[in-house]
Ligand binder design. Structure first.
Ligand SMILES: [Zn+2]
Length: 172
C-alpha cells in the first residue's frame, strides 16, 4: 500500500466532484494502517533527529497524516446528524416557551457556538456543497453534498438565529 495509490483511489471515489460520507468512511477504514504507519514514521529521517526538519515537514507521509486527520474530522462531525435531527424535533416543542428555549440553547451551546462554528462560517461558502478546505494533494478537493449534513445545517440555522441575540450572550 502506497500513499500515491491511496490518494489516487480517493480521487476516484468522487462523483461529479463531490464525495459521500459513506465513501469517505470506507476510505478511512481501508487506509487506517497506512495512517498509523505514517503517523509513527513521518519524522524518522529528520536532519534534526527528534525535531522536524523542512524535509520531513514537507514529506508525503506528513501530508498524508494531515489529510487523513482532516477527513476524520469531517466524518466525526457527520456523526452528529442523528443528534441534530432529534434536537430539531425537540426545538419544535420548546420554541414558544421562553425558559424551555433558553435551556435548549444552553444544552446545545458547545456544539452550536464552538464545535460547529467553523463548519458554519468557513465550510458553507457554496450553496449546494460543504467545503472543508482540504487541499493537501494536487487535484483533490474534498466537497460533500449538503444533503449529507441536512440536519446539521438546519440545526445551525435555527441555533444561530436565536443564540447570538439571546440573553445568554447579552448577559456575558
Ligand atoms: Zn531534513
Amino acid at each position: 500500500m502506497s500513499i500515491q495509490s491511496s490518494i489516487t483511489e480517493f480521487r476516484d471515489l468522487a462523483k461529479k466532484k463531490s464525495y459521500t460520507i459513506a465513501k469517505i468512511n470506507w476510505w478511512l477504514l481501508k487506509y487506517y494502517d497506512l495512517y498509523k504507519y505514517c503517523k509513527d514514521n513521518w519524522n524518522t529521517c529528520s536532519c534534526f533527529r527528534e525535531l522536524p526538519c523542512s524535509h520531513t515537514m514537507g514529506s508525503e507521509e506528513n501530508k498524508f497524516v494531515d489529510f487523513y486527520k482532516s477527513l476524520e474530522k469531517v466524518a466525526d462531525l457527520h456523526k452528529k446528524e442523528p443528534y441534530f435531527l432529534e434536537q430539531l424535533q425537540l426545538f419544535e416543542k420548546v420554541r414558544d416557551d421562553p425558559s424551555a428555549l433558553i435551556k435548549w440553547l444552553l444544552h446545545n451551546e458547545k456544539l452550536g457556538a464552538e464545535d460547529f462554528l467553523i463548519f458554519w462560517i468557513e465550510w458553507m461558502e457554496e450553496e449546494d456543497l460543504v467545503n472543508p478546505g482540504i487541499n493537501f494533494f494536487p487535484n483533490i478537493e474534498v466537497k460533500i453534498l449538503v444533503k449529507e449534513f441536512e440536519s446539521t445545517i438546519q440545526f445551525m440555522e435555527v441555533f444561530n438565529e436565536l443564540y447570538w441575540t439571546s440573553d445568554i450572550v447579552k448577559e456575558r
